[in-house]
Design a protein around this ligand. Structure first.
Ligand SMILES: [Zn+2]
Length: 575
């Protein structure tokens, strides 16, 4: 639906310089903003908009948020949908409503066939970003507006004239509704080449606070996505905002709303992910070893029928554990459906031996077209089955996934199966910073996998598999191989997803560690997993409305499962 997509773009744009970052209710998502580094906000301008058929509507222009209108005074045809809210945003107006509201709010503007001449009226409240957002539909078109009005200062001055050509106007306003151009030269590269290209954009230096990597922000880039998510291991909303704040402060950026392309950003070295660490550092050395191992990793042949391959599918949540939640969606049922679709295709079309770690007993291993409400009964298929009923901590069911999988892999190897042809796929959907979207894949970073681990105490439960498979150990070699194989598979999966036009995370879609609460870690399901190849697939980002739209669509889930199966086939195919 166009409506949801337009809102999705708005939300994605949300966390980019210049757009409101403080709790815009459009997504129902409180976004921790960068308020700490801001000056006090100027109060909104309040005025009345004259309606064409007489009467007036109270309006406000709010700092960083844009135009707001009192809903009950608006004619129905000006509203996009029925609302109970007393005040609504400009984005919630119909095309007619938008055309009227801009003229009412900026009565000095001149609308002609070729362009809109916009005269800045509230210099302290308007910004080029808001202007782009209101008139073109995308705040990120701010650079286009700046390019078209080169003489104007970026800090707005009352009375200044900004020309907005007709074709740049949003579709609602009768223009072409051009989306901002955010593509970068690295977009087509594979992970290794891409990381190398990203590294080449950094230069290292030192100030009185210590060493930092300097990065010049390019056109269409934002601090959140193109700096924090790309160059650090932080991806979730809170962590990204916290790091962005720190980086903005270190870089002397007082106003994150208007970071211009070309601005130098200082990223403290201790925030950088391994591939971007200093020359000569241990972290960079390990990263290079893994890349070499990836190149050395031999391809295995299993034929198109995948004979002799053992696959364990894991839907990452279920039962009382619903996983991530945002935008009215929850993680568990949707990723279960993708896992079940993958299972069905593998069983129909291949000879691979396939199992699921989890079962929704009321549904069985079936797939569904509509997913209306959360299922609350699920069990891990240990002996006896372990219900995810909230009685035990979630960590127990998470750990049982690798315990069960390891037990099944051991069984497979005992019956003369090839241990190199074991693969574990865990399906998830995360709630990242809303600017992120598409698939992100986690592989077990060799440096973050412990050499030995055993379940004990409250994390252990009495199931048959625990006894034989509740302990694991990995040699240094096995850890490096585990990461390398998983990277090879991830690369193939990303390629298949892209071929099928399914969205993939924009900056680094393959990660080997997550940073949260001051710690780096690999998700447990793949951390202690003995499969030769093991990945955790974050199918979509629930805080991104375009991703949510996808997850709700059974055709997306089917297409996704098909891409996964094609990737498995490509993985077990020599050349
Ligand atoms: Zn999850």
């Amino acid at each position: 639906m166009a409506l949801r997509s337009a809102r999705a773009l708005l939300v994605m744009g949300l966390a980019v310089p210049g757009l409101p970052v403080s709790g815009l209710p459009v997504s129902g998502l409180p976004l921790p903003g960068l308020a700490a580094t801001q000056d006090p906000e100027p109060p909104p301008a309040e005025f009345l908009g004259k309606l064409p058929e007489g009467g007036t509507v109270p309006m406000r222009l709010v700092f960083r948020k844009g135009l707001m209108l009192e809903a009950r005074r608006l004619p129905k045809k000006f509203l996009l949908r029925k609302t109970e809210a007393p005040w609504i945003y400009f984005e919630d107006l119909s095309a007619d409503g938008k055309k009227w509201a801009l003229r009412a709010a900026f009565p000095d503007d001149v609308w002609s066939r070729d362009e809109v001449k916009h005269f800045v009226r509230h210099a302290e409240l308007e910004s080029v970003w808001l202007m782009a957002s209101h008139f073109t539909g995308h705040g990120q078109n701010y650079d286009r507006l700046e390019a078209l009005n080169p003489k104007n200062p970026e800090k707005l001055v009352a009375g200044d004239l900004w020309r907005i050509p007709r074709e740049l106007l949003s579709k609602d306003l009768g223009g072409q509704g051009l989306a901002p151009d955010r593509s970068q030269p690295e977009d087509g590269l594979d992970d290794e080449a891409r990381v190398k290209a990203y590294r080449a954009l950094l230069s290292f230096d030192q100030d009185k606070e210590g060493k930092f990597a300097a990065y010049r922000l390019r056109k269409g880039e934002a601090l959140w996505s193109s700096v924090v998510m790309r160059y650090t291991d932080r991806v979730d909303g809170k962590e990204v905002n916290r790091a962005a704040e720190l980086i903005a402060k270190r870089s002397g950026i007082a106003d994150v709303r208007s970071i211009q392309p070309g601005t130098t950003i200082r990223i403290p070295v201790d925030l950088l992910s391994d591939p971007f660490q200093l020359e000569g550092s241990q972290a960079l050395k390990e990263e290079q070893e893994i890349r070499e191992e990836v190149r050395r990793t031999p391809k295995l042949e299993a034929g198109p029928k995948l004979g002799g391959v053992r696959i364990v599918l894991d839907a990452g949540h279920g039962g009382r554990d619903k996983g991530a939640m945002a935008n009215g969606l929850w993680e568990s049922d949707f990723v279960y459906d993708i896992a079940m679709r993958t299972k069905r295709i593998l069983e129909q079309d291949t000879e691979a031996s396939v199992s699921s770690t989890i079962l929704y007993p009321r549904l069985g291993f079936k797939t569904r077209e509509d997913i209306k409400r959360p299922s609350d009964v699920a069990q891990i298929l240990t002996t006896p089955p372990f219900p995810i009923d909230g009685e035990s901590p979630t960590a127990v069911s998470v750990n049982l996934r690798w315990v069960l999988a390891n037990d099944q892999f051991a069984e497979f190897v005992k019956k003369k199966g090839d241990p190199r042809k074991t693969i574990f796929l865990s399906f998830h959907a995360d709630s990242l910073h809303p600017t992120a979207r598409g698939t992100m894949i986690y592989v077990p970073g060799a440096a973050s996998v412990p050499s030995t681990y055993g379940l004990a105490g409250s994390r252990a439960v009495r199931v048959k598999e625990m006894k034989a498979s509740g302990r694991v150990s990995f040699s240094a070699r096995e850890k490096v191989q585990g990461e390398a194989r998983s990277r090879v598979f991830s690369e193939l999966l990303l390629r298949e997803l892209q071929k099928a036009k399914l969205p993939v995370h924009g900056n680094r879609a393959i990660r080997n560690v997550i940073h949260r609460d001051g710690k780096n870690f690999v998700p447990a399901a793949i951390r202690h997993n003995t499969a030769a190849t093991k990945v955790l697939i974050e199918v979509a980002n629930l805080t991104n409305e375009a991703d949510v739209e996808n997850l709700m669509d059974p055709a997306f889930r089917e297409g996704y499962a098909e891409a996964v199966v094609r990737a498995v086939r490509a993985y077990y195919k020599k050349s």
